[in-house]
Design a binder for this molecule. Sequence first.
Ligand code: UD1
Length: 430
Amino acid sequence: MEQYIIRGGNPLVGEVEISGAKNAALGILAAAIMTDDTVLIENLPDVRDINVLLEAMESIGVRVERITKHAVMMNSEHIGEVSVDYEYIKKIRASYYLIGALLGKYKKAEVPLPGGCNIGSRPIDLHIKGFKALGAEVKIRNGFIIAQADHLHGSHIFLDTVSVGATINIMMAASMAEGYTIIENCAREPHVVDVANFLNSMGANIKGAGTDVIRIRGVQKLHKTEYSIIPDQIEAGTFMFAAAATKGDVMVKNVIPKHLEATTAKLLEIGCEVEEFDNAVRVVASKRLRSTNVKTLPYPGYPTDMQPQIGVTLALARGTSIVTESIFENRFKYMDELTRMGAVVRVEGNTAIISGVEKLSGARVSAPDLRAGAALVIAALAAEGVTTIDDIIYIQRGYEDFEEKLRSLGAEIERVNSEKEAQKFRLRIG
Ligand code: UD1
C-alpha cells in the first residue's frame, strides 16, 4: 500500500503548472461519446479518475487513442453496449455522466447505481427527475438505473437543489432531445460551462451555462470537434493554500484567476498577499496568518472541495475560526487526523470550530478522501517533523504528479511502497 512520507517545515517556493480540470474532464469525456465522429480532447489531466472513466468507455466499445499524456482521440461509432460494468462505477462515481450521454444519443442507458461515498450520502434523485421530465422511463433494477425512451422531448425542469452532476447530466440528454428545454436553479460551476462549451463545439445549442437558467434547443446529431479542457481550479486552490500554510511564495501558473476568486478572497482575509496575472496567481505568506470564518456554497461561493485545505491552514492561524460545511454532511473526517498532529478542533454537526495553534507536529495519519487527503499533505508540509500518510490512493484520483510538483517547490515528500523504501527516505532526510 502506497504512502507519502513528508518532512515538513520548508516554505514552498517557486512556480507550479496546473493540469486540466478533473471534474470538467469527467463530463466532457462522457459527452464525447454522443457523436459518431472522432473527437480530440486536450489538456486532460493524467489522474486515476480519468483513466478509469476511459477504461469504462472502452469497455462499451469506445475507441480511445492516447496521443500524448494529456490528449486523447476518441471514436464512439461502434458502441455495442449501453450497459456499463459495476467495477467502474464502484471506482468512480461520476461515471453516472454516461447515463445522460447514452440516453441522449441512443435513448437508452444501463448504468449501475453509484454507491455512497466517503464525504456523505450522494443521492441522484435530481438526475432521475430530469431524465423523466425529458420523457424517459427510469427504473432501478438489480442495482442498475435503466433509462429509456422512444424519443426524448424538451421540458421545463426546476432543480430543487443546486447540483453540478444533475445540471450536467440533464444538459447532455437534453442536447439531443426534440425541442426546447429550460433547466432552472442550475449549478454555475466553471466545469458546467466547460461541458456546455464542449457540447456546443460539437453542434449542440446550449445557452446560459454559467447562470442559473440553462436553455437548450435539442439537435439530432452532434459532430467532430477539438477541445481543450479548462485548468483545474481545485488543484490550483490546493497549491495556493499549500503556499499559505507553509509561509511560502508560489506562482500558480496556467489558471483562470476568475475561477479562483472565492479562494483568493479568503487568502487575502487571512493575511496572504495574492497577485493576479492573466493566467497565473502568486501567493505569498510572510507572517503568521489570521483566523476567519468560511461557509461552503455552490459556485461562486466558497467551494466544498476547498474546505479541507482552508481547514488545515486555519489550524495554524492566530485566533478561532469557524468552518461551516453546507454541501456534504461528512466532510470533517480529516479533523480527527489533524488533531493527531496537534490541531485544536471541535466539530459540531456541520461546523468545525478551530483554535489556531503555533505549530503542528508530524504523525501517522490516513487520507479519508481525495480533498481531505490533499489537505493532510498541506498540514504535513507545514508541520514540524515527519508525517506518514496512508491511503494516498484517494489523492491520486485527482492530483496529477502531486509529489513531483510539490518537490519542485522545495517540499520533502516521497511516495513509498514498502517499509524498506520508507526507511531509506527517513535515513536520507535525517
Ligand atoms: C460535484 C463534484 C464534487 C463537488 C460537488 C459540489 C464532480 C465529478 N464532482 O459532485 O467534486 O464536491 O460537485 O461542488 O464534478 N444532491 C441531491 N440530489 C441529486 C444530486 C445532488 O440531493 O440528485 C445534493 C447532494 O447531496 C449535495 C448537493 O446536492 O448536497 C450538491 O451535490 P452535487 O453538486 O450534485 O455534487 P456532485 O455533482 O456529485
